[in-house]
Design a protein around this ligand. Structure first.
Ligand code: IPM
Ligand code: MG
Length: 356
């Protein structure tokens, strides 16, 4: 089991090693993983002037799975698009054909108070957002500045989807719903955009293959509101690249902290890219206060989706729940006045719990 480890920027350097340690600590499995590291994002721009160096892409292609921290360095954000750290991540997703991004959000009973939403509303949250990851405004052409004259600047991005792209992500949504509570909500903006009307049309066609799954549609604005007012109604949501980016931050906020949220990006096969959904958080980098749990839970998703090791995945998830139940809190999930632990202490506690 060869794992490409791409730490990235900001807090990544602090959280990624804990995910690796947790995998190494798995009894009977830990020594079967082979890890190889490469640079991406701002770290790669610093080193070789390219946010996704050829060697990194080659390693990612060759590995069975990829574990990634987060990318983004403020001093690069002013650069042209091609020179930004995030472009490296977007290219990696696209080059590997990882079109389905799974972002599960669940509530830990002991953390209900960490949510900004009232306990009775949020206690039932158990939702999986499936975000299309290689199409839409993120990759549509034409794009860019068409006029740079002062006073007349003009810029274009293109919302574009093909039938094949919608069919495969819709299937991913229905299949996931089958493995859960058999409810799928497709989120679009079919009342305004032709692309989105076609999305809905095609999702309805795919639905005929899944009569056992209850399908409904929501416009993205209504979906955002429903996620706050009554999140318990959702099982699986399937949506576009841009809407999924936004709605998965909403579901993260429901759970109390984006620092808890893992993700898996999958294509046709077993290869996947596993990263927490939070960013590189440069403001708290190097301070030993970042929450490593979203990163560690991403490693659990890797075991489940790339290596078909659901029991090992469950062991990591149970270890995370155990340290939370024991009262360990990083700053992002602590109540006012509650004592906190650092990144290191939280990571080490999960490692110990995984060892058992
Ligand atoms: C995410 C992030 C990325 C995205 C950025 C860093 C390019 O927000 O993974 O949600 O927009 O996809
Ligand atoms: Mg995002």
């Amino acid at each position: 089991m060869k794992i490409a480890v791409l730490p990235g920027d900001g807090i990544s350097q602090e959280i990624v090693p804990h995910a690796v340690e947790v995998l190494r600590a798995l009894p009977g499995l830990g020594d079967k993983f082979e890890f190889e590291e490469a640079v991406i994002g701002g770290a790669a721009l610093d080193l070789v002037g390219n946010a996704l160096p050829d060697e990194t892409l080659a390693l990612a292609r060759q590995a069975d799975a990829i574990l990634l921290g987060a990318v983004g360095t403020p001093r690069y954000e002013a650069l042209a698009r091609r020179g930004r750290p995030g472009t490296g991540l977007l290219r990696l997703r696209k080059e590997l054909g990882l079109y389905a991004n799974l972002r599960p959000a669940r509530i830990y009973p002991v953390l209900i108070d960490a949510s900004p939403i009232k306990a009775d509303i949020v206690s039932s949250v158990d939702v999986l957002v499936i975000r299309e990851l290689t199409g839409d405004l993120y990759f549509g052409e034409p794009r860019g500045r068409v006029n740079n004259e002062p006073g007349q600047r003009e810029c274009i991005n293109t919302m574009r989807y093909t039938e094949a792209e919608i069919v495969r992500i819709a299937r991913a949504g229905f299949e996931a719903a089958r493995g859960r509570r058999h409810k799928l909500c497709s989120v679009d903006k079919a009342n305004v955009f032709e692309t989105m009307a076609m999305w809905r049309e095609i999702v309805n066609e795919v639905a005929t293959e899944y009569p056992d799954v209850e399908l409904r549609h929501l416009f993205v604005d209504a979906a955002a509101m429903a996620l706050i007012r009554d999140p318990g109604q959702f099982d699986v949501m399937v949506t576009t690249n841009l809407f999924g980016d936004i709605l998965s931050d909403v579901t993260a906020a429901l759970t109390g902290s984006i620092g808890l949220m893992p993700s898996a990006s999958l294509g046709g096969g077993s290869k996947g890219l596993y990263e927490p959904i939070h960013g590189s958080a440069p403001d708290i980098a190097g301070k030993n206060i970042a929450n490593p749990l979203g990163m560690i839970l991403s490693a659990a998703m890797m075991l489940r989706h790339s290596f078909d090791l659901p029991e090992a995945a469950a062991r990591i998830e149970a270890a995370v729940e155990q340290v939370l139940n024991a009262g360990l809190r990083t700053a992002d999930i602590a109540k006012p006045g509650e004592s906190t632990v650092g990144t290191k202490q939280m990571g080490e506690a999960v490692v110990a719990a995984v060892r058992g």
